[in-house]
Design a protein around this ligand. Structure first.
Ligand SMILES: Cc1cc2nc3c(=O)[nH]c(=O)nc-3n(C[C@H](O)[C@H](O)[C@H](O)COP(=O)(O)OP(=O)(O)OC[C@H]3O[C@@H](n4cnc5c(N)ncnc54)[C@H](O)[C@@H]3O)c2cc1C
Length: 422
């Protein structure tokens, strides 16, 4: 063994040894290096799995605060009663089978100078490269009274799939026939551009079927539907004329739990169920770690490697990034970001320069229990602009809603869950 290799080996085993105690299992072979991943959502889980697939000599430690993965895609169907929390929940055994050490914990601090992260339980884990894929957190203060109303159970966002999804479904079930549900959409950019309109369709479908005198009122801060507008509006006018009303330029500035009202700039609107989605920013840990570069909300990255433009050695993925032009914040994109980062990190740790990848986005939306619509786009590296741009003439939207698109949508969901987690 050459001296340089010996030092690398010694450093790695020392670091691995300290982690072995923490993770409760030994590292069987000396590793080339350790990558720590924060967040086991679409971005982080994919990156963790693909690093192990492409170079099994790299140790990967994934820190995720939740015990299980709960998918936002398909969660709107749970609200309509067309799917279940069980369908959208998945364990992390698949990643463990790839040799990823999954720690259920929360990263509370990143020390980029010392290349280590601190866990809520108090231990530190060192890394050679760090991946941060924490998703979003909410700007609750932008909607006056939100925090108190949420604590009182009077308002939900259900924009992170999990307990709030189940709680919103219960509220819809308990609402009287003839009641009003308000869905408030924040100004773009927010995660999943078509997500609110799919949700509107699912809630309206449920009302039409089970509470026909009820109404869903969509209060959108944007002037109009921001994605697949023609297809959504056609479905709404043909299927839900009596159960769905859409109002653009209607930004929620406050919520009052006592009177069950959403405050807009010029009026207050009363509802029986309040589903108000506040504006978002990159997840807290990205803020705390100095990764946020833009508008105090998003993290700019080099799209060839997903490396942060603010902190070297740290790669940011998914919804937390400052999106490239025409790039949505989606599971499809986060999964692709995971692969860009995995390929780049494997290259860097093997002394090679990362190469840019071409990536595809596809977002399906259900407009009824059995019909869906789609939007897709292709994004490639443009050296002159130094970013990923949408390839001209690529992608597009479905010609019409159809049952075939709904079956593709279910297959897309099962495929991306397996690709990210199994
Ligand atoms: C209702 C809805 C429907 C959607 N439908 C679609 C769809 O059909 N198609 C599509 O492509 N996209 C869809 N999306 C968007 C998609 O869910 C997100 O874009 C995607 O989840 C982003 O992945 P991510 O890895 O950035 O974040 P996430 O998937 O949110 O993962 C972040 C993870 O990090 C963990 N975490 C955060 N901070 C820490 C910390 N400090 N320590 C430990 N763990 C931490 C969180 O617990 C979480 O598990 C939808 C979104 C919503 C809300």
């Amino acid at each position: 063994m050459r001296r340089r290799d010996f030092l690398k080996f010694a450093g790695a085993t020392t670091a691995a040894g300290s982690l072995a105690g923490l993770a409760g299992c030994a590292t069987p072979t000396p590793s080339k290096a350790r990558v720590v991943v924060i967040g086991g959502g679409f971005g982080g889980a994919t990156a963790a799995k693909y690093i192990r697939l492409w170079d099994p000599s790299i140790d990967v430690v994934l820190v995720e605060r939740e015990a299980a993965f709960v998918s936002c895609p398909i969660s709107n169907l749970v609200l309509g009663g067309y799917s279940s929390m069980r369908d959208i929940s998945h364990g992390y055994e698949g990643l463990r089978r790839h040799g990823v050490q999954v720690l259920q914990d929360e990263v509370v601090a990143v020390d980029a100078a010392k290349k280590s992260v601190r866990l809520a339980r108090g231990d530190s884990v060192s890394y050679e490269r760090l991946i941060v894929s924490p998703g979003i957190d909410f700007l609750f203060n932008d909607v006056q009274g939100y925090q108190q109303a949420m604590e009182a159970g009077a308002v939900l966002h259900a924009w992170k799939a999990g307990p709030q999804t189940a709680a919103l479904r219960r509220q819809l079930e308990q609402m009287r026939n003839g009641g009003v549900c308000i869905l408030s959409v924040p100004l773009a950019p927010y995660r999943c551009p078509p997500g609110p309109y799919e949700r509107a369709s699912m809630i309206a479908a449920y009302f039409k079927q089970s509470k026909p005198r009820s109404k869903l009122l969509v209060l959108d801060a944007n002037p109009d539907v921001t994605s697949k507008a023609g297809l959504f509006k056609r479905a709404w006018s043909e299927l839900y004329k009596d159960n769905l009303e859409f109002r653009g330029n209607s930004r929620a500035i406050g919520v009052d739990a006592k009177t069950m009202t959403v405050k807009l700039e010029l009026e207050d609107v009363k509802g029986d169920v309040l589903n108000v989605v506040p504006p978002h920013r990159a997840g807290d840990i990205a803020m705390k770690s100095g990764l946020v570069t833009t508008n105090n909300r998003w993290c700019d990255v080099d799209w060839r490697s997903m490396e942060s433009k603010a902190v070297k050695g740290v790669h940011v993925l998914g919804d937390a990034t400052l999106s490239a032009p025409a790039m949505p914040k989606s599971a499809s994109m986060a999964n692709n970001h995971g692969k860009i980062a995995a390929a780049a990190i494997v290259d860097l740790l093997n002394g090679r320069a990362p190469q840019p990848l071409k990536i595809i986005n596809t977002c399906y939306s259900f407009v009824s229990e059995k019909e869906a619509i789609r939007v897709s786009s292709v994004h490639e590296w443009e050296p002159g602009q130094g970013t990923l741009i949408a390839v001209k003439g690529s992608g597009g939207v479905s010609a019409a809603r159809s049952e075939a698109e709904a079956s593709f949508a279910w297959n897309w969901a099962r495929t991306i869950w397996a690709d990210s987690l199994v």
